[in-house]
Design a binder for this molecule. Structure first.
Ligand SMILES: [Zn+2]
Length: 487
């Protein structure tokens, strides 16, 4: 008996030693060695330009109606405000109002790169204008911020890119590799006119981009508990989308003598099953890489869990899945969004329908999700209806060990020393669903630093950007143009 206790104690001690040793070894892989680069920008002028840009009501309405004068007004404003860009770069207007610039490189044999943003914005919810501290299209400059719709999403990227080109042109810089700039006018409607036309144009001219950069994730300040460093996720993939109708069928009839289970009851059961049986997911591939990088900066307990996934993987996945945002990184999500049944109170429905929206993780195909739903629901009285064009798979996963990713990481660190960069997955959509078709690798990232408070203003109330952020983005983009266009 005593022997067994001794053996057990030794085993436990060994296990604890192993766990602690692995935790202590779970350290940041290598800090970026980029030297700090000092760049000065005229912040007052930058703020003034951003303010003017916000004042154009370049709104993408669901009805797809365009206020043409706002869009052409914005384009003319760009021409007048950035004469260096206009005089030195070739310009094409595509798909209506999307702007494509080519900055010809010294070496035409090198594959070009593509830097993009969009200048259309989502509408302000009617009636919510009064909730804004400064009117949504005023472009007011107050409290060191420029206020208004599009300040973060995504006019700030467009303006910062134009400012960066201007800065470099004034210094006499010419890239080795050609740099294309594309500013979409219908991203919020899927980019089917703008970005899609840019892709057509590239194909027609035999252009393939070495890599492309579009809006995406940001630099996060104190958004991940326990981490003090600024963290940037460069999204290397974009989730897909699939909308299915779950149709429960029953005999119908008068509501005064209902059967034990009605179509609504069958449907409710199916939805509950779908919610309690999420699409399998977990820490592997891209998700594993992302959390592996981030966890190296976390406090001891978290580091211990991630350093010992052979023991704690289940615990980690369950904890991550508790947060809707983290859960969306791990798996294809399931969201029932619309319901319909009978059209009259005393008539039993012969069909009760739920619309369910799935956001596809790169590991799952549209077919995989349809099979998953059928297997989970498993009821002869239920039809899983797939409408035409109901689904779009996730994007390809771009290579986070490739040159474009490295140059992004380097450029960020030249301006913001010791920023931690990890690959991530974009849970919303971007124009890169198009641009990716003509780019060997596609990245989605905005070089502005945001806090939890800022995140709520995307497509919401009180959208604004700090002048410091505009300057930071301009500096990082200008370094990216230099680093990224090198042979
Ligand atoms: Zn956007």
């Amino acid at each position: 008996m005593k022997k067994i206790i001794i053996i057990l104690t030794v085993l436990i001690l060994l296990l604890v030693t192993l766990i602690v040793a692995r935790t202590l070894l779970h350290q940041p892989l290598s800090k970026s060695t980029a030297d700090t680069v000092n760049i000065s920008v005229d912040e007052k002028q930058l703020a003034k330009h951003m303010s003017e840009a916000v004042q154009f009501k370049t709104i993408s309405f669901q009805s797809k109606e365009l206020a043409i004068e706002e869009f052409s007004g914005f384009i003319n404003w760009v021409f007048e405000t950035y004469p260096e860009v206009q005089n030195n770069l070739e310009y094409e207007q595509l798909g209506g109002y999307s702007m494509l610039y080519k900055w010809t490189g010294k070496n035409p044999d090198l594959e070009p790169i593509l830097l993009t943003g969009h200048y259309d914005v989502v509408p302000v919810i009617p009636g919510s204008e009064g909730l804004w501290d400064h009117a949504p299209f005023s472009g007011e400059i107050a409290d060191d911020h420029v206020w208004g719709r599009g300040a973060l999403d995504d006019k700030s990227a467009v303006i910062s890119l134009l400012e960066a080109v201007t800065l470099l042109l004034k210094e006499g810089f010419q890239p080795e590799r050609s740099i294309y700039l594309s500013f979409g006018h219908d991203e919020e409607l899927g980019g089917t006119q703008g970005a899609a036309s840019v892709v057509e144009y590239a194909k027609k001219h035999g252009i393939n981009f070495l890599w492309s950069l579009d809006e995406g994730s940001f630099l996060f300040d104190k958004m991940i508990p326990g981490i003090d460093q600024i963290m940037g996720a460069i999204n290397v993939a974009e989730k897909g989308s699939l909308t299915l109708q779950i149709v429960a069928k029953a005999a119908g009839g008068h509501s005064s003598a209902p059967p034990k289970q009605t179509a609504v009851g069958i449907l409710a059961e199916a939805i509950t099953k779908l919610e309690t049986h999420p699409v399998p997911g977990g820490l592997e591939g891209l998700s594993a890489q992302m959390f592996d990088t981030i966890s190296r900066y976390m406090p001891f307990t978290f580091r211990m869990l991630f350093a010992n996934q052979w023991l704690f993987q289940g615990t980690i996945e369950t904890r991550l899945a508790d947060s809707p945002f983290m859960n969306a990184m791990l798996r294809t999500t399931t969201a029932p969004t619309m319901l319909s049944g009978s059209t009259k109170v005393n008539v039993l429905p012969i069909e009760a329908i739920a619309t369910v929206n799935f956001r596809l993780h790169p590991r799952d195909s549209v077919g995989d999700i349809i099979s998953h739903v059928k297997a989970v629901v498993d009821n002869d009285n239920i039809e899983v209806r797939v409408r035409e064009n109901a689904g779009r798979p996730a994007s390809q996963v771009s290579d986070w060990t490739s040159v474009g990713f490295d140059m992004l990481e380097k450029s960020v660190n030249e301006i913001l020393k010791d920023t931690v960069i990890a690959p991530g997955v974009m849970i919303a959509g971007s124009d890169t669903r198009h641009y990716g078709k003509v780019s060997s690798n596609s990245f989605r990232f905005n070089p502005m630093t945001v806090t939890q408070k800022d995140v709520a203003t995307f497509h919401g109330t009180n959208e604004r950007i700090s002048i410091a952020n505009l300057a930071q983005a301009t500096k990082i983009y200008s370094r990216l143009m230099i680093n990224g266009s090198a042979p």
